[in-house]
Design a protein around this ligand. Structure first.
Ligand SMILES: Cc1cc2nc3c(=O)[nH]c(=O)nc-3n(C[C@H](O)[C@H](O)[C@H](O)COP(=O)(O)OP(=O)(O)OC[C@H]3O[C@@H](n4cnc5c(N)ncnc54)[C@H](O)[C@@H]3O)c2cc1C
Length: 367
């Protein structure tokens, strides 16, 4: 038994030593020289020093792919197609790709090293993504664990985006957090206000970026973010809409409702917002006022566990139960969902039961 354990230990140590040796050899000995990355059939071409990751090499040349995990190969946001020069799909990419994606040359760009000239394809929208420098103009509490951040853009001074898009805010190294991290936050301001960006951030206990926002970020501080990213947006159609959100999932809808008002919308919208207690609700008066003013907009805030002192006379129960009450069976509406993955999945189920098919449901899961 002991001999088997010793043999296994030696094999393990040898494999580790070999891997370290290979990594060091690659760093020290291998020189891939300059490599050329052709993006979207010549729309952009970048020259990079070989050896870095595709994600990092693109970023340092102004092509920003989304990444929520900071290049650790877990979020799979930085997918792109590599038609030439990508080499075989690596073992760290396999679990993040479907067979169909592999067949279409989709790769996880943070896990691919640039070792040769490449031909890649990224979604057209991403070529418009920029890195922004901004000044923190205002930080205000919306609830006990949600803050609204207002940034004045400094360089570039304006941003163009559709309501529903998100940016990746950078939290710099601080405390025990040795390196900057980027996290996704939906833009809550309206697209017409091109020189500012507002975000709604909910504190995640122990979370790197939200702890930075709640404990370190101050009015007047400079920040950087990249964007706009994402596909969540109001679909071009004349169907009624059912919006469902909880917590900071409010962000894109706060942008959307005011955008729709500005552009003279007439599509009916039922907006369901779930909270636990009265202290978790925000923009309540503003949204009720919009519901009074706009004949196409209905607002249904609901509390799942109202406290006695809340004196709440609105809807109660899980937001899915409230949706079930007010959305008619067989509706031809489209569903728009934003919030935690659990809430989005539960909301999808209730919409399916109402007859809203998957192709008419759109969401951003705040995973
Ligand atoms: C498209 C999109 C849009 C989004 N929009 C918004 C928005 O508008 N508003 C909003 O508030 N959020 C939004 N999010 C979520 C946001 O991006 C972050 O995931 C969230 O704010 C948490 O980030 P964090 O850095 O504070 O937490 P992280 O550091 O990423 O931590 C997340 C969790 O992991 C735990 N954890 C962290 N490190 C460790 C460790 N070493 N070991 C064990 N556990 C650990 C933390 O305790 C925490 O529970 C969005 C997400 C997506 C994908």
């Amino acid at each position: 038994m002991n001999a088997i354990l010793v043999a296994a230990g030696i094999a393990c140590a040898l494999t580790t030593a070999l891997s370290v040796l290979l990594l060091v050899a690659e760093r020290v000995l291998v020189n891939y020289g300059q490599c050329r990355i052709d993006v979207n059939e010549g729309e952009k071409t970048v020259e990079v020093k070989g050896g870095g990751t595709l994600l990092g090499s693109l970023k340092s040349n102004g092509v920003y792919l989304a990444s929520a995990c900071g290049g650790r190969g877990t979020c799979a946001y930085c997918k792109c197609q590599i038609h030439d020069g990508g080499g075989p799909v690596g073992p760290t990419e396999q679990p993040l790709l479907t067979q169909d994606e592999i067949n279409r040359n989709v790769r996880i760009s943070c896990q691919v090293k640039v070792r040769a000239d490449m031909k890649i394809h990224v979604p057209e929208d991403l070529l418009a993504v920029k890195q922004y420098a901004a000044r923190t103009e205002r930080i205000r509490d919306l609830t006990h664990d949600i803050k609204e951040l207002r940034f004045a853009l400094t360089e570039p001074g304006t941003i163009k985006f559709k309501a529903g898009r998100y940016v990746q805010l950078e939290a710099p190294a601080y405390g025990d957090n040795p390196e900057p991290v980027q996290r996704a936050y939906s833009i809550s301001s309206v697209p017409s206000e091109t020189d500012h960006v507002e975000l709604i951030v909910r504190l995640v206990p122990g979370g790197i970026c939200t702890t930075y926002v709640f404990e370190h970020l101050k009015e007047g501080d400079d920040v950087t973010f990249t964007g706009p990213f994402g596909e969540f947006e109001i679909n071009e159609s004349d169907k009624p809409m059912v919006w469902i959100a909880g917590g900071s999932g409010m962000a894109p809808f706060w942008s959307m409702v005011r955008h729709l008002k500005e552009v003279g919308n007439s599509r009916p919208v039922k907006y369901f917002f779930g909270a636990v207690q009265r202290r978790d609700l925000f923009f309540l008066e503003e949204l009720r006022a919009l519901a009074k003013e706009l004949d196409w907009f209905e607002y249904y805030p609901a509390l799942s566990a109202a406290a006695e002192e809340d004196n709440w006379d609105g809807d109660v129960g899980l937001i899915t139960e409230v949706v079930d009450t007010y959305v008619e069976q067989g509706t031809d509406a489209e569903g728009y969902l934003c919030g935690s993955p659990g809430m989005c999945d539960a909301a999808c189920k209730v919409l399916h039961a109402k007859g809203i098919t998957t192709d008419r449901i759109f969401f951003d899961k705040f995973a």
